[in-house]
Design a protein around this ligand. Structure first.
Ligand SMILES: [Zn+2]
Ligand SMILES: [Zn+2]
Length: 251
Protein backbone atom coordinates (compact mmCIF):
# COMPACT_ATOMS: atom_id res chain seq x y z
CA UNK A 1 0.00 0.00 0.00
CA UNK A 2 1.40 3.37 -0.96
CA UNK A 3 1.02 6.28 1.42
CA UNK A 4 -1.19 9.25 0.61
CA UNK A 5 0.97 12.37 0.41
CA UNK A 6 -0.41 15.88 0.87
CA UNK A 7 0.74 18.37 -0.06
CA UNK A 8 1.53 16.62 -3.32
CA UNK A 9 3.74 19.46 -4.49
CA UNK A 10 6.96 21.03 -3.28
CA UNK A 11 8.10 24.61 -3.89
CA UNK A 12 11.63 25.88 -4.22
CA UNK A 13 12.09 29.64 -4.02
CA UNK A 14 14.83 30.56 -6.49
CA UNK A 15 14.42 34.33 -6.08
CA UNK A 16 11.67 36.62 -4.81
CA UNK A 17 10.14 36.58 -8.27
CA UNK A 18 10.87 33.00 -9.34
CA UNK A 19 9.68 29.70 -7.89
CA UNK A 20 10.04 26.11 -9.05
CA UNK A 21 7.23 23.71 -8.15
CA UNK A 22 7.67 19.95 -8.49
CA UNK A 23 5.90 16.68 -7.68
CA UNK A 24 8.44 14.88 -5.44
CA UNK A 25 6.46 11.61 -5.18
CA UNK A 26 6.43 11.12 -8.93
CA UNK A 27 9.47 9.53 -10.59
CA UNK A 28 12.48 11.77 -10.98
CA UNK A 29 13.04 10.87 -14.64
CA UNK A 30 9.76 12.37 -15.79
CA UNK A 31 9.10 14.90 -13.02
CA UNK A 32 8.45 18.32 -14.53
CA UNK A 33 9.59 21.72 -13.30
CA UNK A 34 6.64 24.11 -13.02
CA UNK A 35 7.88 27.69 -13.07
CA UNK A 36 6.06 30.51 -11.30
CA UNK A 37 7.20 34.01 -12.22
CA UNK A 38 5.92 36.93 -10.18
CA UNK A 39 5.42 40.01 -12.35
CA UNK A 40 4.20 43.49 -11.44
CA UNK A 41 0.71 43.26 -12.92
CA UNK A 42 0.34 39.52 -13.43
CA UNK A 43 2.01 36.26 -12.51
CA UNK A 44 2.98 33.59 -14.98
CA UNK A 45 2.91 29.84 -14.44
CA UNK A 46 4.77 27.79 -17.01
CA UNK A 47 3.43 24.22 -17.02
CA UNK A 48 1.03 22.56 -14.62
CA UNK A 49 2.24 19.02 -13.84
CA UNK A 50 0.28 15.77 -13.88
CA UNK A 51 -3.00 17.16 -12.60
CA UNK A 52 -3.47 14.46 -9.94
CA UNK A 53 -3.87 16.98 -7.12
CA UNK A 54 -5.22 20.54 -7.21
CA UNK A 55 -2.39 22.85 -8.23
CA UNK A 56 -4.65 25.88 -8.01
CA UNK A 57 -5.38 25.30 -4.33
CA UNK A 58 -1.75 24.53 -3.59
CA UNK A 59 -0.56 27.75 -5.26
CA UNK A 60 -3.23 29.99 -3.74
CA UNK A 61 -0.93 31.35 -1.03
CA UNK A 62 1.68 32.38 -3.59
CA UNK A 63 -0.77 34.19 -5.87
CA UNK A 64 -1.90 37.79 -5.39
CA UNK A 65 -2.45 38.93 -8.99
CA UNK A 66 -4.11 37.65 -12.14
CA UNK A 67 -2.41 34.47 -13.27
CA UNK A 68 -1.50 33.59 -16.83
CA UNK A 69 -0.82 29.89 -17.36
CA UNK A 70 1.21 28.70 -20.33
CA UNK A 71 1.73 25.05 -21.23
CA UNK A 72 5.13 24.60 -22.88
CA UNK A 73 3.47 21.74 -24.78
CA UNK A 74 0.57 19.34 -24.36
CA UNK A 75 2.29 16.26 -22.81
CA UNK A 76 0.61 15.11 -19.60
CA UNK A 77 3.52 15.93 -17.27
CA UNK A 78 3.13 19.61 -18.31
CA UNK A 79 -0.58 20.07 -19.03
CA UNK A 80 -2.38 18.01 -16.36
CA UNK A 81 -3.71 20.88 -14.22
CA UNK A 82 -4.39 23.39 -17.01
CA UNK A 83 -8.14 22.78 -16.75
CA UNK A 84 -8.13 24.29 -13.23
CA UNK A 85 -7.07 27.74 -14.37
CA UNK A 86 -8.92 30.52 -16.18
CA UNK A 87 -6.32 32.09 -18.46
CA UNK A 88 -4.55 29.20 -20.17
CA UNK A 89 -2.38 29.38 -23.28
CA UNK A 90 -0.77 26.79 -25.52
CA UNK A 91 0.73 26.85 -29.01
CA UNK A 92 -1.86 26.67 -31.78
CA UNK A 93 -0.52 23.30 -33.04
CA UNK A 94 -1.55 21.64 -29.75
CA UNK A 95 -4.49 23.88 -28.91
CA UNK A 96 -7.10 21.42 -30.08
CA UNK A 97 -5.43 18.55 -28.22
CA UNK A 98 -5.57 20.46 -24.93
CA UNK A 99 -9.12 21.75 -25.52
CA UNK A 100 -10.38 18.21 -26.11
CA UNK A 101 -8.02 16.30 -23.79
CA UNK A 102 -6.69 14.15 -26.67
CA UNK A 103 -5.04 11.18 -24.89
CA UNK A 104 -2.86 10.24 -27.89
CA UNK A 105 -1.15 13.62 -28.23
CA UNK A 106 -1.16 14.17 -24.47
CA UNK A 107 0.53 10.72 -24.19
CA UNK A 108 -1.83 9.68 -21.41
CA UNK A 109 -3.62 6.89 -23.32
CA UNK A 110 -3.15 3.68 -21.25
CA UNK A 111 -1.95 1.65 -24.26
CA UNK A 112 1.02 4.01 -24.70
CA UNK A 113 2.26 2.96 -21.25
CA UNK A 114 3.70 6.34 -20.26
CA UNK A 115 1.98 6.48 -16.86
CA UNK A 116 2.73 3.22 -15.03
CA UNK A 117 1.86 2.63 -11.37
CA UNK A 118 5.55 2.20 -10.51
CA UNK A 119 6.26 5.84 -11.34
CA UNK A 120 4.39 6.91 -8.21
CA UNK A 121 6.25 6.53 -4.89
CA UNK A 122 3.14 7.72 -3.08
CA UNK A 123 -0.40 8.59 -4.09
CA UNK A 124 -2.14 11.98 -4.01
CA UNK A 125 -5.40 10.67 -2.53
CA UNK A 126 -6.92 7.43 -1.28
CA UNK A 127 -8.07 5.27 -4.20
CA UNK A 128 -5.74 6.87 -6.76
CA UNK A 129 -4.68 4.48 -9.49
CA UNK A 130 -2.33 5.30 -12.35
CA UNK A 131 -4.38 2.99 -14.58
CA UNK A 132 -7.30 5.47 -14.39
CA UNK A 133 -5.08 8.43 -15.14
CA UNK A 134 -6.22 10.98 -17.70
CA UNK A 135 -5.76 14.66 -18.38
CA UNK A 136 -8.98 16.63 -18.23
CA UNK A 137 -9.93 18.67 -21.28
CA UNK A 138 -9.35 22.42 -21.08
CA UNK A 139 -11.90 23.78 -23.58
CA UNK A 140 -11.22 27.42 -22.69
CA UNK A 141 -7.50 27.31 -23.56
CA UNK A 142 -6.28 30.09 -25.88
CA UNK A 143 -3.94 29.55 -28.82
CA UNK A 144 -0.47 31.08 -29.08
CA UNK A 145 1.63 31.72 -32.17
CA UNK A 146 5.35 32.32 -32.63
CA UNK A 147 6.19 35.91 -31.68
CA UNK A 148 3.26 36.43 -29.32
CA UNK A 149 4.16 38.22 -26.11
CA UNK A 150 3.13 37.33 -22.56
CA UNK A 151 3.26 40.65 -20.71
CA UNK A 152 3.52 40.79 -16.91
CA UNK A 153 3.83 44.60 -16.73
CA UNK A 154 7.47 44.87 -15.69
CA UNK A 155 8.71 42.12 -17.98
CA UNK A 156 7.57 40.31 -21.07
CA UNK A 157 8.15 36.86 -22.50
CA UNK A 158 8.28 36.17 -26.19
CA UNK A 159 6.78 32.93 -27.47
CA UNK A 160 9.28 30.96 -29.55
CA UNK A 161 7.79 28.09 -31.53
CA UNK A 162 10.40 25.32 -31.27
CA UNK A 163 8.95 22.10 -32.72
CA UNK A 164 10.65 18.71 -32.76
CA UNK A 165 9.94 17.13 -29.38
CA UNK A 166 6.30 17.82 -30.24
CA UNK A 167 4.70 19.95 -32.95
CA UNK A 168 3.53 22.68 -30.56
CA UNK A 169 6.55 22.89 -28.26
CA UNK A 170 7.42 26.44 -27.29
CA UNK A 171 10.04 28.25 -25.28
CA UNK A 172 9.47 31.55 -23.49
CA UNK A 173 12.23 34.12 -23.78
CA UNK A 174 12.82 37.30 -21.83
CA UNK A 175 15.29 39.30 -23.90
CA UNK A 176 16.10 41.96 -21.30
CA UNK A 177 17.12 39.40 -18.67
CA UNK A 178 18.30 36.89 -21.29
CA UNK A 179 16.25 34.26 -19.51
CA UNK A 180 14.90 31.24 -21.37
CA UNK A 181 12.21 28.79 -20.22
CA UNK A 182 12.74 25.80 -22.47
CA UNK A 183 10.05 23.22 -21.65
CA UNK A 184 11.08 19.86 -23.14
CA UNK A 185 12.86 21.46 -26.10
CA UNK A 186 16.14 21.26 -24.23
CA UNK A 187 17.01 20.00 -20.75
CA UNK A 188 20.09 18.40 -19.19
CA UNK A 189 19.09 14.78 -19.87
CA UNK A 190 18.08 12.43 -22.68
CA UNK A 191 16.04 14.48 -25.15
CA UNK A 192 13.04 12.72 -26.67
CA UNK A 193 12.31 12.84 -30.38
CA UNK A 194 10.50 9.54 -30.96
CA UNK A 195 7.11 10.36 -29.45
CA UNK A 196 3.67 10.54 -31.13
CA UNK A 197 4.23 13.97 -32.58
CA UNK A 198 8.05 14.27 -32.75
CA UNK A 199 9.87 15.21 -35.94
CA UNK A 200 13.68 14.93 -35.94
CA UNK A 201 14.11 17.28 -38.93
CA UNK A 202 12.12 19.99 -37.12
CA UNK A 203 14.13 19.36 -33.95
CA UNK A 204 17.37 19.97 -35.86
CA UNK A 205 16.08 23.32 -37.14
CA UNK A 206 15.01 24.22 -33.59
CA UNK A 207 18.46 23.35 -32.24
CA UNK A 208 20.19 25.55 -34.83
CA UNK A 209 17.98 28.41 -33.63
CA UNK A 210 18.96 27.76 -30.01
CA UNK A 211 22.65 28.09 -30.88
CA UNK A 212 21.88 31.73 -31.74
CA UNK A 213 19.87 32.46 -28.60
CA UNK A 214 21.40 34.94 -26.16
CA UNK A 215 20.78 33.47 -22.74
CA UNK A 216 22.78 32.59 -19.68
CA UNK A 217 19.83 31.31 -17.64
CA UNK A 218 17.97 28.30 -18.99
CA UNK A 219 15.03 27.10 -16.90
CA UNK A 220 14.07 23.71 -18.36
CA UNK A 221 10.97 21.51 -18.14
CA UNK A 222 12.96 18.77 -16.38
CA UNK A 223 16.10 18.44 -14.25
CA UNK A 224 18.49 21.20 -13.23
CA UNK A 225 18.84 24.71 -14.64
CA UNK A 226 21.94 25.60 -16.66
CA UNK A 227 23.94 28.35 -18.34
CA UNK A 228 24.80 29.23 -21.92
CA UNK A 229 27.86 26.98 -22.04
CA UNK A 230 25.84 23.90 -21.06
CA UNK A 231 23.04 24.89 -23.45
CA UNK A 232 25.51 24.95 -26.33
CA UNK A 233 26.92 21.55 -25.29
CA UNK A 234 23.48 19.95 -25.09
CA UNK A 235 22.37 21.41 -28.40
CA UNK A 236 25.57 20.36 -30.19
CA UNK A 237 25.32 16.85 -28.72
CA UNK A 238 21.83 16.50 -30.13
CA UNK A 239 22.83 17.84 -33.54
CA UNK A 240 25.85 15.52 -33.69
CA UNK A 241 23.89 12.39 -32.83
CA UNK A 242 20.98 13.09 -35.16
CA UNK A 243 22.44 14.85 -38.13
CA UNK A 244 24.75 12.14 -39.48
CA UNK A 245 22.15 9.50 -40.44
CA UNK A 246 20.00 12.14 -42.13
CA UNK A 247 22.74 13.51 -44.34
CA UNK A 248 24.72 10.65 -45.87
CA UNK A 249 26.54 13.08 -48.17
CA UNK A 250 28.10 14.77 -45.16
CA UNK A 251 29.60 11.55 -43.73
ZN1 LIG B 1 7.23 16.38 -23.48
ZN1 LIG C 1 8.16 16.52 -20.06
Amino acid sequence: MKAVQQPWYETQRIRDDLYCITEPFYCWENRANLWLIKGRDADLLIDTGLGVSSLKLYLAKLLDKPLKVVASHVHFDHSGSCHEFEQVFIHQNEHRALCTGDPQLILSAPELGFVPERDFDAIPYQGFSASDYEVRACPHAQALAHGDVIDLGDRAFEVMHLPGHSSGSIGLYNARRQQFFSGDVVYDGQLLDDLEDSVVEDYLVTMEQLLQLKTDEVRPGHYRSFDRRRLTELVRQYIDTRKAPLCPSEK
